[in-house]
Design a protein around this ligand. Structure first.
Ligand code: PLP
Length: 463
């Protein structure tokens, strides 16, 4: 805000995209008071009405909270300028404003100082209504004013060159200029099966090559003996059904769910005629011991003789690694513990590249899944007993792989094409790309939140 002020720009609407940004509300109030001579209450009314807040997680560990003495230390001058005592300031960040021991929550601060709050999927908005109902003690939960704008991805930015070329040829230029237009994506059906499949297989081969190089590099860095390094050249199979799993290793994402029954997993992966392989990538938060243990377990499994050629863990997950994976896998797997995945976006990126999602019905997938554009693990159940949940849901996942995914992928016609699989790929692209697009998302933010917030700024600030 101070940088904008130095440039002579006074924003009419501020979007606090995640609670980390919430202190800007205090600074914005301070600036309005300074410029207009208004008191705190008036300035706060104008500013809050023209702030928008997006909450991104129902996981408490993902929300910053600060104890009163820390707020005192850093915000004493700010409180003085706002004409507030420390506890008056803290009250905006407390669920119970009267509790002098409650820490300051950045999410609460953002909600109390915004005119509109949204979650990042329909399900996440409902969960957020329950989570923050205490801030509106007189309002029924269903009426808590937290709306939803589902995330979307910038399709062109995540798409392989190969697939983009195919879209240019068969969808025309409007897939770039009007990516949220349903009719553009209907034309996916016109891409010849053989061409789509060849394009996809080329990307899978590229992914396998990339994974081998990275694995070799990892082994070298670890000082592995030459014989072991050589083996990196032989892991994975460019023709095998390839499952990708890459994301932050937050506990609720359950990266190791597939290993609940190692024997059953081994049988799925090592079928000689219908091999399956899995590429994992991801990082744990430095303070998340359980997340790090997940990585340790996967690395351990990947070294066992029965898994060595079929499971790879890629270190240093970042956008480049992500891109290779989204662009080359056949299946994108997501196993969050519902309802903790606020949205999830990697599955959207994978879909545009022709991957098919298998996921718990959580976050975006709860609204994207239509019965035939991928696979759902379970029916959106929520459990008290997480051990029991892991049992049930891992078995459901094995069942889907064994009875649907593997047979469909390997059901080849005389031309070598998996027709049914390709039909599902196309159906997924057609139903998901236009909806879970950043273009649609930004338009929704603009029309539903920014423009009304800007009008409030004008109206309340006029006099
Ligand atoms: C898309 C993406 C994410 C987010 O993935 P989720 O499945 O939504 O958790 C994280 N990291 C990278 C590098 C990504 O590209």
């Amino acid at each position: 805000l101070r940088a904008l002020k130095a440039l002579g720009i006074e924003p009419t609407v501020c979007h606090m995209n995640e609670g980390h940004a919430a202190f800007l509300a205090a600074e914005r109030i301070r600036q309005v008071m300074e410029r207009s001579g208004a008191g705190f209450a008036e300035a706060k009314a104008v500013v809050a009405a023209s702030n928008v807040f997006t909450t991104h997680t129902p996981v408490p560990a993902g929300i910053d909270v600060f104890p009163p003495d820390l707020v005192e230390r850093y915000f004493a001058p700010c409180c003085a300028q706002l004409g507030l005592s420390r506890d008056q300031f803290m009250a905006f960040g407390r669920q119970n404003p009267a509790d002098p021991n409650e820490p300051l929550s950045m999410a609460v601060l953002a909600i109390r100082l915004s005119g509109a709050t949204n979650g990042v999927s329909a399900l996440h908005a409902r969960v957020s209504q329950r989570m923050w109902a205490g801030l509106w003690p007189d309002v029924p939960v269903d009426d808590v004013p937290i709306t939803s704008i589902t995330n979307g991805v910038h399709v062109r930015g995540w798409l392989s060159q190969d697939m983009a070329g195919l879209f240019d040829a068969y969808l025309g230029p409007r897939w770039v200029s009007h990516p949220a237009d349903q009719s553009v994506w209907e034309r996916v059906e016109q891409i010849p099966d053989a061409e789509l499949w060849r394009t996809h297989e080329r990307r899978r081969e590229r992914l396998v090559g990339f994974a081998r190089r990275r694995l070799r590099m990892q082994l070298e860095q670890r000082g592995a003996p030459p014989a072991e390094r050589e083996q990196a050249e032989e892991v994975l199979d460019p023709k095998a059904l390839t499952i990708g799993f890459a994301r932050r290793f937050a506990t609720y994402k359950r990266a190791t769910l597939l290993f609940t029954d190692p024997g059953r997993l081994s049988r799925i992966l090592s079928d000689r005629d219908r091999p399956v392989q899995i590429i994992f990538a991801g990082k744990a938060h430095p303070a998340d011991q359980e997340g790090k243990d997940f990585i340790r377990r996967i690395v351990h499994f990947a070294r066992q003789p029965e898994f060595r050629h079929r499971i790879v863990f890629l270190e240093d997950y970042d956008i480049k690694v992500g891109r290779y994976l989204y662009q080359g896998v056949d299946v994108w797997l997501n196993t969050p513990r519902r309802p903790l995945e606020a949205s999830g976006t990697s599955g959207m990126k994978a879909t545009a590249n022709g991957a098919i999602n298998i996921s718990i019905l959580d976050g975006w997938w709860d609204e994207a899944y239509d019965g035939t554009n991928g696979w759902a693990i379970g029916r959106g159940e929520e459990y008290q007993d997480t051990g029991y949940q892991d049992q049930i849901e891992s078995q459901a996942l094995y069942q889907i792989l064994e009875s649907e995914v593997v047979p469909m992928f390997y059901a080849r016609g005389r031309d070598g094409l998996p027709r049914e699989w390709i039909r599902r790929m196309k159906h997924a692209m057609r139903t998901i790309c236009p909806v879970f697009s950043a273009y649609r998302m930004v338009r929704e933010y603009t029309e539903r939140l920014y423009i009304p917030a800007g009008q409030q700024w004008e109206r309340l600030g006029a006099d």
